[in-house]
Design a protein around this ligand. Structure first.
Ligand code: NIG
Length: 428
């Protein structure tokens, strides 16, 4: 029997379409009443949203499923993760809970273990992590290289991720050779130093990795890369046609925000330590128009706002001051929430946990947090085809095992994912 090409989902208590066509320009970052339907239905056709509206008016379809009074959201768009790694840093985490503070150097521990892993083992680890994310409602995932830090190891990670992206198992791949200056570039006893490593990243390493990635990122922070070094890497990436992303202001006022804004980065992530000027600089980017990129559903990587991406699980796991998501949104910045899944600072890919935390701890309203974890992430990845359920969007749906999305914060830590569809197909 041929697979049905259209599917009607009914029994939806809340349908969060977040349709961009229904945005209120006077309230950017907020969800309007029209963007959440009640007693609704959705029709999926050929992997895309074909119709949404009141259940009583739903058109017929080849197949139908009653969701039993559950809430339906767009799948989470996780715009920041580091999934290519081997090794365990539970002891480092435990020491942190006993009072030690996080420092960038822990990246070196994971780098050593990752370099040792076989290609097959790394692929298996990444796929298992992608499956965990999907099981929690994530349907669009960005992930980074950054635990190889040699030309061969970074190119290997990029190739592995590009192959998974080609099979539709992940979406966006980022080169993060500038994650840490590896130990062999310590400038001691005749060994090369940090500047030589930056030359390598911006030169031979970028050349090897660029064909496999859409983005370049840099950890602009004390103990990692200075603003000058970061700029060198980002400019080389832009010259190679890559979109820019920045890790900044995680451990202090690193200068990453000014750099990201000046260079037109799509996103600057972490943001635990911000001045009023930093916030203003991010807000000023919101008036930059987006532009169409290459390919359907893609926006240009070098146009549009620099999205302020906050990482609630990371802030908890490092006991850092929470990023000021409330103040950023109130000031008018474009906001995203991401998991930052990685072995050092945030070993979770649960976007539901991040959204719940943003409500409970960062004082966002539910609709602000959901929007930041869907539309916000999509903007940070310059994608217009995900993060919402407007007509024509990819049919990426997260069906909650709850009648209302507020349960994400009301019942923290509970298994609230009932079903996940990516491009219309059940993946969890
Ligand atoms: O985003 N800040 C830099 N990179 C990761 C941490 C990586 C690690 O400690 O292994 C982050 O938090």
């Amino acid at each position: 029997m041929a697979a049905p090409t259209s599917m009607l989902l009914t029994g939806i208590s809340e349908l969060w379409t977040l349709d961009p066509a229904l945005d209120d320009p006077a309230r950017p970052g907020r969800v309007t009443e029209e963007q959440v339907l009640h007693d609704a239905a959705v029709v999926i056709e050929d992997g895309r949203i074909a119709w949404t509206g009141p259940e009583a008016e739903a058109p017929p379809a080849d197949a139908a499923e009653d969701l039993g009074g559950r809430a339906v959201l767009p799948g989470w768009v996780d715009s920041h993760s580091h999934l290519v790694f081997d090794g365990d840093r539970a002891a480092e985490f435990e020491a942190r809970m006993a009072g030690q503070s996080y420092a960038a150097g822990g990246i070196g521990v994971t780098t050593a273990a990752t370099r040792e892993a076989s290609d097959e083992r790394l692929r298996r680890l990444v796929r298992a992590r992608l499956a965990e994310a999907a099981a929690g409602g994530t349907t669009t995932m960005e992930t980074k290289t950054g635990y190889g830090l040699t030309v061969a190891d970074e190119a290997r990670a990029a190739r592995l991720l590009a192959a998974l992206a080609k099979c539709g198992e992940l979406d966006e791949v980022t080169f993060l050779g500038a994650h840490l200056v590896p130990g062999e570039y310590d400038g001691q006893e005749g060994r090369p130093g940090a500047e030589e490593y930056v030359d390598l990243v911006a030169g031979e390493m970028l050349t090897a990795v660029a064909p496999h990635v859409r983005w370049i990122d840099v950890f602009c922070e004390e103990g990692a890369f200075t603003p000058e070094q970061s700029e060198r890497v980002l400019r080389a990436g832009a010259a190679a046609g890559l979109g820019l992303r920045v890790h900044g202001h995680q451990l202090g006022r690193s200068g990453g925000v000014v750099l990201a804004v000046e260079l037109g980065a799509a996103s600057v992530d972490h943001l635990n330590h911000l001045s009023a000027d930093d916030v203003e600089a991010l807000v000023a980017t919101v008036s930059r128009p987006t532009a169409d990129g290459e390919g359907p559903g893609l926006l240009a990587v070098d146009a549009g706002p620099t999205v302020a991406t906050v990482l609630p699980a990371c802030d908890l796991s490092t006991r850092a001051p929470l990023a000021p998501a409330r103040a950023l949104l109130d000031a008018g910045a474009a906001l995203a929430i991401a998991s930052n899944c990685n072995p050092g600072t945030s070993y979770t890919s649960s976007m539901s946990f991040c959204v719940g935390t943003a409500v409970l701890q960062m004082h966002l309203s539910l609709d602000e947090a959901i929007r930041a974890a869907t539309r916000g992430g999509a903007l940070a990845l310059r994608r217009s085809d995900v993060g919402h359920l407007g007509i024509g969007a990819l049919a990426d749906l997260h069906v909650l095992d709850a009648p209302a999305a507020i349960h994400l914060a009301y019942r923290p830590g509970m298994p609230l994912t009932h079903q996940v569809r990516r491009r219309g197909e059940r993946i969890a």
